[in-house]
Write a protein that binds this ligand. Structure first.
Ligand code: G3H
Ligand code: 13P
Ligand code: ZN
Length: 311
């Protein structure tokens, strides 16, 4: 199967009440762990690369790794640019064969966000690729609580119709309380996504695919392994999986996960090195990191996404 766009994936996910996992890739073992799990569960997936990933692995290597994943599996795979900062990087990825790009102009004023997102959408569509844009600013619960009254950090449902209409983008990332990284909430707090905002957005954009960034749940199993094997992660807390599952049953068609994979890879390597301090063959410890990446993606497909057997 060739690389696909997310169009069909999202259509089916919307009507089927599930979401597609968008997993960040940075090296071969991460690609392999993700794809092995998705293949075993017959789940479609999105492999996404950030600007940092393209710099680290070199864009050409990353593209070839994803092509190898496509060649050795028979599930639908989309290749997506994560957080494209400007038109040029989006164009570069579309020209280089990405089937989907994100233009992230969410920190810009509304009119400017519309202008740049439309420019990217026009270009990508002319080349057969699709576009995700973002409206609202992702924040941790701390920030969210601070601005709860004016709702400055959350997506304003009153803006989404105009934004989508004027830009022509294919999906929209919104801010409802998720945030990037492994430290999303303060210990002792009761993390709550603003599913009411999601519902409002869905009412204004019937059938339109919504995206959630910052959706790692920070499994404590891996935090514990890392800490027991010499790490020092304190208060790493993620998004409750049941709330993500609720969102996936509604308008959310794409759920972004990166931090959890980082935790899994690091836990596998730390555990391996602690058990075998004499080892120095990277294949030995990277294989254990890859196994945890696979385990995490497996669990996400079952517990969060609901995309098992939807390939
Ligand atoms: O949302 C950001 C992703 O986790 C990618 O992070 O830019 O460090 O690769 P990165
Ligand atoms: P996490 O840091 O929660 O994994 O979010 C990843 C993400 O949103 C990538 O765009
Ligand atoms: Zn993100």
């Amino acid at each position: 199967m060739a690389l696909v766009t997310t169009t069909e994936m999202f259509k089916k996910a919307y009507t089927g009440g599930y979401a597609i996992g968008a997993f960040n890739v940075n090296n071969m073992e991460i690609v392999q762990g993700i794809v092995e799990a998705a293949q075993e569960l017959n789940s479609p997936i999105i492999l996404q690369a950030s600007a940092g990933a393209r710099k680290y692995a070199k864009a050409a290597y990353l593209k070839k790794l994803v092509e190898a994943a496509v060649e050795t599996s028979d599930i639908p795979i989309a290749l997506h640019l994560d957080h494209g900062a400007d038109f040029d990087i989006c164009k570069d990825c579309v020209d280089g064969g990405f089937t989907s790009v994100m233009i992230d102009a969410s920190s810009k004023p509304f009119a400017e966000n519309i202008e740049i997102s439309k420019k990217v959408a026009d270009y990508a569509h002319s080349k057969g690729a699709v576009v995700e844009a973002e409206l609202g600013t992702l924040a941790g619960i701390e920030d969210a609580v601070k601005v709860a009254d004016d709702k400055a950090m959350f997506t304003d449902p009153d803006e989404v119709e105009e934004f989508v209409k004027k830009t022509g983008v294919d999906s929209l990332a919104i801010a409802i309380g998720t945030s990037h990284g492994a430290y999303k909430f303060k210990p002792g707090t009761d993390p709550k996504l603003r599913l009411d905002i999601l519902e409002e957005v869905a009412k204004r954009l019937p059938g339109f695919p919504i995206v959630l960034h910052g959706s790692s749940s920070v499994p404590q199993k891996f935090v514990k392994i890392i800490n027991e094997k010499g790490g020092a992660l304190t208060d790493a807390i993620g998004i409750p999986e049941d709330q993500l599952r609720e969102a996936a049953k509604g308008a959310v068609c794409k759920i972004n996960i990166d931090s959890d994979l980082r935790l899994g890879m690091t836990a596998g390597i730390r555990e391996h090195m602690a058990a075998h301090p004499d080892h120095f063959d990277p294949r030995q410890y990277l294989a254990d990191g890859r196994a945890y990446v696979k385990e995490i993606v497996h669990d996400k497909i079952i517990n969060v996404l609901g995309s098992e057997n939807k390939a």
